[in-house]
Design a protein around this ligand. Sequence first.
Ligand SMILES: [Mg+2]
Length: 268
Amino acid sequence: MHQTPQITKKILAFDIDQTLNIAKTPIPPEIAELLVKLLNYFEICPISGQKYEQFLLQIVDKLKEVGVSEDQLTHLHLFAAQGTQYYNYDIAEHDWRQVYNYPLSDEDATKITSALQESAEELGYWEADQLAPGDEIIENRLSQITFSALGQTAGTEAKYAWDPDMKKRQAIVERCQTKAPGFLYEIGGTTSINVAAPGMNKEFGMTHLLEELQVEKSAVLYFGDMTQPGGNDYPVVQMGVDTITVRSHEDTAYALRGILGIISALNK
Ligand SMILES: [Mg+2]
């Protein structure tokens, strides 16, 4: 006998790079349309190392292009910089408001920045000559420092080719752990290393998400592409949150269409 499917999840949480998009690019229209539909049934929570402005460009603007309503936006929760900053939608102000922010100290930011640059230089992975004008390899995202080997604006192909087996970034991280120990180093995206204060990883973000939205972890389904040990989605797996590992936004779209299919079957 078939069991009746039940939707027990209240929250769909997502990594962004390689889960909702091609790393560092806006979400494709298909994902935008799926998310807008899902906003009618779930709280939608992207959590990523990206800064808040990127959430607006990569997600919110794209949802607007496919007609998201302000009411739907009140169900979207932006957990930027690995969830060390949280923004939700203030319908009265027609704008996003910051709910919390946990920045790094200036001293820690300097320590991390020097360690990253020195390590990359020593290993021959400091690609300053490949940067577009005005672009930077190391960016202070307030709650974390992000190393992007080819800068923010490099082409996707160049980024994929730079460190497909993560060996370069692992070598940089190993050196940094000697130069600036005690911080949290995570490899993410295609060319990135995110560094934060200890505990400031996606577990921090997810823990605050549960607190802010007042739900148990069993109410959350999380999607990520780096769920292996050492990956930036792994802390969520370790917390015991139900997780779907995807290879790309295409896998995510497939799963989301399945969820919407079940909902429409239940509503018949
Ligand atoms: Mg990712």
